[in-house]
Design a protein around this ligand. Structure first.
Ligand SMILES: *Cc1c(COP(=O)(O)O)cnc(C)c1O
Length: 422
């Protein structure tokens, strides 16, 4: 096995500045507790595929129908990855070329809608994604967007409200998926609502793909016309995306990705997605998904015990949204203080946030990364205790320094996958 340091000798010689920055980032990823729920650690195998010579190859088109010669291996590769995606998610068709989650959603709209058609998605401040019709995004500029929200008391999606809104607005497509919703989606009911109003149903599972594969979140495949997902969040692959759909939409989806919106696929990414899909099809990955949820529940329980308010009162998935309004500290201030203490989170709006999006009342945390390091419920309770200390005195440098040292100690005991053990 090639030594990791050795593998980067050429980089060090050619470009010491970039080399040094990568080394620093590696150390940071090893020495901090990374709680951003959309992040993860990919395996060494995924990194190697991602850093391979496949980046040298142009292959516009699809297996067997390319616009460049020399596709002997690329065609085999892409077909293999498509087959793995179809098998893992139980779908009829897979497009593995989208550059990332946002372009995958754009391609889906392009495939199924005409400009100006109506998209109905979850509002961004209530947990939805920009590409689900938020006003500053293409999805609201080129299409007509209507947004559903969560209930003011429970912070849960009220499916009767969604149905009423769908009936009065008659959208062409209903989108389900979120970046900051700590509960499960009822894909069966959403699919039913879409059929009642003759709309397409898109399940955007970017955050929860790994949980679905592991069997700890309901599966949208029987209910959705199209499923989009990133590959770099709970699925633990490289940065990229996939569009999964029924055969009847295959042609439109493929044409939307290429030639409508993209050029050549990123073959090194396709290969790394394939490796991640192989890893995700194992019993170990199933156990990983189960542990992500157990860890999130343990973290939430300890935070509640310590007097934190959580949006929706807890979690069923990989993430927890903390409402800091009664702590007298903004999300931004808390997130900054936590980062100084070696705990990396992000500030986030909460539903019905009284504050502005650039300085909201919430902090969003999640367990995919710490679970990839092998941490369990005991470690989650320690992390919650540290968070409590830091958030109680966000300006106290002594507290953040002391916690940072303890964080480093804990991290030393849990080497991060993919990184050189330091
Ligand atoms: C992360 C995410 C996306 C966008 O993915 P990018 O790769 O950042 O473009 C889309 N939808 C949802 C629900 C997401 O969580």
């Amino acid at each position: 096995m090639l030594d990791v340091k050795e593998a980067k000798l050429a980089l060090r010689d050619t470009d010491p500045e970039i080399f040094a920055l990568i080394e620093e980032e590696e150390r940071y990823q090893q020495d901090s507790i990374r709680l951003i729920p959309s992040e993860n650690y990919v395996s060494r195998a995924v990194l190697e595929a991602s850093g391979s010579v496949l980046t040298n190859k142009y292959s516009e088109g699809y297996p067997g129908k390319r616009y460049y010669e020399g596709q002997l291996y690329i065609d085999q590769l892409e077909t293999l990855v498509q087959d793995r995606a179809k098998a893992l998610f139980g779908v009829e068709h897979a497009n593995v070329q989208p550059y990332s989650g946002s372009p995958a959603n754009l391609a889906t709209y392009y495939a199924l809608l005409e400009p100006g058609d109506k998209i109905m998605g979850m509002s961004l401040p209530h947990g939805g994604h920009l590409t689900h019709g938020w006003n500053v995004n293409f999805s609201a500029r080129f299409y007509t967007a209507v947004q559903y929200v969560v209930d003011e008391e429970t912070h849960l999606i009220d499916y009767d409200n969604v149905r009423d809104l769908a009936k009065s607005e008659r959208p062409r497509i209903i989108v389900a998926g979120a970046t900051a919703y700590p509960r499960q989606f009822d894909f069966a009911t959403l699919g039913e609502i879409a059929r009642e109003v003759d709309a397409y149903f898109l399940a955007d599972i970017a955050h929860i793909a790994g949980l679905i594969v592991a069997g700890v979140h309901p599966d949208p495949a029987p209910h959705a016309d199209v499923i989009t997902t990133t590959t770099h969040k709970t699925l633990r692959g490289p940065r990229g995306a996939m569009i999964l759909c029924k055969e009847e939409h295959a042609k439109a989806i493929d044409r939307a990705v290429f030639p409508a919106l993209q050029g050549g696929p990123h073959n090194h990414t396709t290969a790394a997605i394939g490796v991640a899909l192989k890893e995700a099809a194992t019993d170990e990955f199933r156990a990983y998904g189960e542990q992500i949820v157990r860890n999130a529940k343990a973290l939430a329980a300890e935070l509640l015990e310590r007097g934190f308010t959580l949006v929706s009162g807890g979690t069923d998935n990989h993430l927890v949204l903390i409402d800091l309004t009664d702590k007298g500290v903004t999300g931004k201030k808390a997130a900054r203080a936590l980062d100084r203490a070696g705990i990396v989170t992000n500030y986030n709006t909460i539903p019905y946030d009284p504050r502005k999006p650039f300085s909201p009342s919430g902090v969003r945390i999640g367990t995919p990364s710490v679970t990839s390091r092998g941490m369990g419920e005991d470690e989650m309770r320690r992390i919650a205790a540290w968070m409590d200390e830091v958030v109680a005195s966000p300006e106290d440098e002594d507290v953040s320094k002391r916690v940072a040292a303890q964080v480093k100690d804990l991290c030393d005991g849990f080497p991060a996958p993919g990184l050189p053990a330091s």
